[in-house]
Design a protein. Structure first.
Length: 295
């Protein structure tokens, strides 16, 4: 089953990339003209928002591990997260998690606590995004198909609540204060991530007045959630872009809009690499400074 899913993911990834490349070359003149007229200040703002969102992510692990009486610091978890950013772009989309698991394990954190970090990082924020975005789509979207899908995803998110009984039985439940902190952290992360996406789309002039900020953000979150639950699509590639393009109001042909939405992935990659380079520069300069101080 796992082998079949793996090959299905690879096939879907190849087809998605081939489709995006083909559409890009077919519409490269129109695409180039839009990016030529883009607001570079807004693109810079989008990068800044994503960098800030990246810096927030380790707070999830910090909250969980502190609640389980681990003494690890936020600075250490941030360092682990930033140091492992390049592995995020390896095929499969899970290698950064594996690398961070290895780092935490080498610091003496138990498998149970590491497992909690992985579970909550990949579920809590998604459930929050699913509840918020599905309600938004159900209430505001004119698409009957996606309104129905939103209702199904909303009910599915609510249906995860009984899992708390399983978690309690296996000592996976956190304290009430920890859940409140996680809710605040995840809210901050999604606000920053959605702001990055909105700034990107506004920079290239693809935020329709009919959508505005609210629907653009709701559509982004919903498309992300649908892409995330589509296990056949690594990192939601292809699914995220298609779902958003179908929900958004735009005068552009659907295929062109898909390419522009896919461009956000490029901006995210650029933001992540700038964050990693900044971290490495700080790390190197700190090491040089410490070495000079001992001489």
């Amino acid at each position: 089953m796992k082998t079949t899913l793996l090959w299905l993911q690879r096939l879907f990834l190849i087809c998605s990339i081939a489709f995006l490349v083909t559409v890009f070359f077919q519409n490269r003149t129109d695409i180039a003209s839009i990016f030529t007229d883009a607001s570079y200040s807004r693109l810079a703002t989008a990068i800044l928002f994503w960098v800030l969102a990246t810096l927030v992510i380790p707070a999830i692990a910090f909250t969980i591990l502190r609640d389980k009486k681990n003494s690890i610091t936020f600075r250490t978890l941030l360092s682990i997260h930033l140091n492992r950013i390049p592995s995020k772009f390896l095929p499969g989309g899970v290698w950064q998690t594996f690398a961070r698991v290895y780092d935490m394990k080498s610091m003496g954190i138990t498998r149970t606590d590491i497992g909690l970090v992985v579970i909550y990082e990949n579920s809590f924020s998604i459930i929050m995004a699913a509840i918020a975005s599905t309600l938004g789509i159900y209430l505001f979207s004119s698409s009957e198909l996606y309104s129905t899908l939103a209702l199904v995803l909303f009910l599915s998110s609510i249906a995860t609540i009984p899992l708390a009984l399983f978690f309690r039985r296996h000592s996976f439940i956190l304290s009430g204060a920890a859940y409140l902190q996680l809710a605040i952290i995840c809210t901050i992360f999604w606000v920053l991530a959605a702001s990055a996406f909105y700034s990107y789309m506004a920079a290239i002039g693809l935020v329709n007045a009919q959508d505005g900020v609210l629907l653009t953000v709701v559509n982004y979150l919903f498309a992300f959630v649908v892409g995330f639950v589509s296990i056949f699509a690594p990192q939601g590639i292809g699914v995220f872009e298609v779902v958003y393009s179908e929900l958004a109001t735009s005068e552009l042909p659907r295929t062109q809009l898909i390419i522009f939405v896919a461009g956000f992935r490029v901006l995210v990659m650029l933001s992540d690499m700038l964050t990693w380079l900044g971290y490495m520069l700080i790390k190197i300069s700190s090491g040089v400074g410490a070495k000079q101080g001992t001489e």
